[in-house]
Design a protein around this ligand. Structure first.
Ligand SMILES: [Fe+2]
Length: 444
């Protein structure tokens, strides 16, 4: 999810930055163009008014008609609100008529500024900080009579500029908001399938198949369709593999059960020993409240617990009398041999602790590792009691079997030394349940 957020964030950030840069550049260019157009319009208007005034003033200047010149000035000023001032000057720029009467007779100073344009009539236009001023020569039959100087009020220009700026900014905001909305929709439409793919991969990791919704017919849509096909195949193959693995494990367990039964059968006195140990152990496990899965594992571990005896020589395994020390060592090796046989199948690794440690003693004096107390795996401790109980209640060539009550008495006696006292209690309780009316006090 974090990755999707990052992709969405990066995608949106890049697009928004580009959008902002483009909108800003576009706005600046538009403003410059609009402003240029406004200035151009104002200059054209100033030139037209000035040229018209120059044409009207020529006759008055020829006849030194001061009244006529005043009339031209007054008419121009009254007719055009954006004309700041207008003056008619002689060739030395002395004002013969002026919209500002106080400047009559004085030199008309053209404000310094940038030369904007010079038209075909020799009209000079200057754009100073105060606005646009136009100087138009007044001629008659190619003779220069003087000039008309006209100043355009800049306020109209500023108003037009402000109005243009407002429009551009409004357009910019609308374009930006629409752009942001578009980016969000686009980013969601791109990241949504990726998000789906990501959750599909998560589900696949957990071994579940989740068909993804195909949002489009483009590359992402095709990717999603391919993913659906691939995940269906993977889950199907995984299920198939799990089935094969289960069958293989079952087959191996069956083989080992046959092997364990064959080992039991080598010695007529221990025939069915493993199956009986499993029966006692499962009863104890049930009394302890173990789960169904644990009980199944315990049962299989019991069937395997002496599988290592396949390597024990007959003269040791079938010896009718008590074992000598070296013979006992040989017999004791069946725990490690059993572990080695089981470890050939990785799926049977869970049975190794029970097989290796079922001859450990609670006081640490057992074999092969001398584990003590709770160091001994639970299944091994259970098997230890069930194994001893069955051995004591079975006939041996060198001794007769003990009664179940005698065997239980022996197990109670070895509680805390050979056997885990807590499990001995469980065993005694299970025994009591099996033998109605049996009292532990009967053993004393
Ligand atoms: Fe054993």
């Amino acid at each position: 999810m974090t990755i999707i957020r990052t992709i969405r964030f990066k995608f949106a950030a890049v697009i928004l930055l580009l959008l902002a840069a483009m909108t800003l550049s576009f706005s600046v260019l538009t403003l410059k163009t609009v402003e240029g157009q406004i200035v151009s319009d104002v200059i054209s208007r100033a030139q037209a008014i000035s040229e018209s005034a120059a044409a009207s003033a020529a006759y008055s200047m020829l006849s030194d008609d001061m009244l006529g010149m005043d009339s031209v000035v007054s008419r121009v000023k009254a007719s055009h609100l954006d004309v700041d001032f207008v003056a008619i000057a002689d060739n030395s720029m002395k004002a013969l008529a002026h919209s500002n009467i106080s400047l009559l007779g004085k030199t008309v100073n053209v404000a310094p500024g940038k030369l904007l344009e010079m038209d075909r009539y020799g009209c000079v236009t200057r754009g100073g900080s105060g606005g646009v001023e136009v100087v138009t020569p007044v001629s008659f039959l190619k003779k220069r009579l003087g000039y008309v100087v006209l100043g355009m009020n800049r306020s109209l220009l500023s108003d037009a500029r402000r109005s243009a700026q407002k429009s551009v900014i409004r357009g910019l905001v609308v374009a930006f908001v629409m752009g942001v909305a578009g980016v969000l929709v686009l980013s969601a439409s791109i990241t949504k399938p990726i998000e789906e793919l990501s959750s599909g991969v998560e589900e696949l990791k957990k071994g579940r198949k989740k068909p993804l919704k195909v949002y489009s017919k483009d590359e992402l849509g095709r990717l999603t369709e391919n993913f659906n096909g691939m995940s269906a195949l993977i889950v199907e193959q995984k299920d198939q593999l799990a089935k094969y693995a289960g069958e293989l494990e079952e087959a191996y367990i069956s083989t080992l059960k046959v092997l364990a039964a064959a080992i039991d059968a080598r010695d007529p006195y221990t025939l069915g020993h493993s199956a009986r140990v499993a029966q006692f152990s499962v009863k104890m496990g049930e009394a302890m409240g173990l789960s169904k899965k644990e009980l199944e594992d315990l049962e299989v571990a019991c069937l395997f617990h002496d599988v290592g005896k396949i390597k024990t020589p007959d003269h040791v395994l079938l010896k009718p009398g008590k074992l000598e020390a070296d013979e006992f060592r040989e017999m004791a090796r069946h725990t490690e041999d059993g572990m080695n046989i089981i470890s050939k199948a990785p799926s049977l690794a869970k049975y190794i602790p029970a097989v290796r440690h079922h001859h450990e003693w609670y006081n640490g004096k057992g074999y092969p590792d001398g584990l003590a107390g709770d160091e001994i795996p639970l299944h091994a401790s259970i098997i230890s009691i069930a194994d001893s109980f069955d051995a004591m209640t079975s006939n041996r060539p060198y001794r007769k079997s003990r009664s179940e009550a005698e065997a239980l008495k022996e197990i109670l006696r070895c509680s805390g030394t050979q056997f885990n006292p807590r499990l001995v209690e469980v065993f005694a309780g299970a025994f009591k349940n099996e033998h109605e009316g049996f009292m532990l006090s009967d053993l004393i």
